[in-house]
Design a protein around this ligand. Structure first.
Ligand SMILES: O=P(O)(O)OC[C@H]1O[C@H](OP(=O)(O)OP(=O)(O)O)[C@H](O)[C@@H]1O
Ligand code: HPA
Ligand SMILES: [Mg+2]
Length: 179
């Protein structure tokens, strides 16, 4: 699998340090509160799992499984809810945890949904931001790293469901992308 990577953009060590930093920041910002951390599956799973272990506050955790890329490298434009939350968000302070904001369609859909459901506050935390991909006007409150206009994989991010288990963020060799 590692042989299919063309180059690494963000190393395992850089990700580790960033998770510590973000965990600390969230602990300060939510001190004395009881936020609901929402992991957007599947991609955000490793990031959420690492960040929360660097927080020192009480928080509740839930997951929403949404999908819009399928097996390709471009958003289909249709955000499908595969699994909804089990928790009511009304009156809650939400921390949405994402692996990447690319077109912004997934997050703008979720933010609209959670506003409609009367969340008290919504904070967006993303490991990666790809501003060049944006078609919906959405911005994160906390960004780990900015990435260039390339389809990235690893640390939760997939291409056709593979490579989520890489410990770093990288770009595949051009011949692997079959589009
Ligand atoms: O800003 P956008 O263009 O909407 O892209 C970002 C979303 O796309 C990916 O999810 P995907 O639909 O691939 O589902 P997955 O997390 O299960 O891979 C990624 O994990 C984000 O949730
Ligand atoms: O660059 C990406 N890689 C993997 N999944 C994604 N979903 C949106 N953008 C990306
Ligand atoms: Mg995906």
């Amino acid at each position: 699998m590692h042989g299919e990577i063309d180059h690494i953009l963000i190393t395992e060590e850089q990700i580790k340090l960033k998770c510590q930093e973000i965990g600390k920041q969230l602990s300060e910002e939510y001190d004395g509160k009881f936020p609901l951390a929402i992991g957007v599956l599947k991609g955000a799973m490793p990031f959420l799992s690492d960040v929360i272990r660097h927080t020192d506050i009480h928080l509740e955790m839930d997951f929403m499984d949404v999908s819009s890329y399928g097996d390709g490298t471009r958003s289909t434009g249709e955000v499908k809810i595969v699994k909804d939350l089990n928790t009511k968000v009304e009156g809650r302070d939400l921390i949405i945890v994402e692996d990447i904001i690319d077109s912004g369609l997934t997050l703008s859909y979720l933010v609209d949904l959670f506003k409609y459901r009367k969340a008290r506050s919504i904070k967006i935390v993303t490991l990666l931001d790809k501003p060049s991909g944006r078609s919906a006007a959405i911005q994160a409150d906390i960004i780990g790293f900015e990435v260039p206009d390339e389809f990235v994989v690893g640390y939760g991010l997939d291409y056709a469901e593979r490579y989520r288990n890489l410990p770093y963020i990288g770009v595949l060799k051009p011949e692997i992308y079959s589009e």
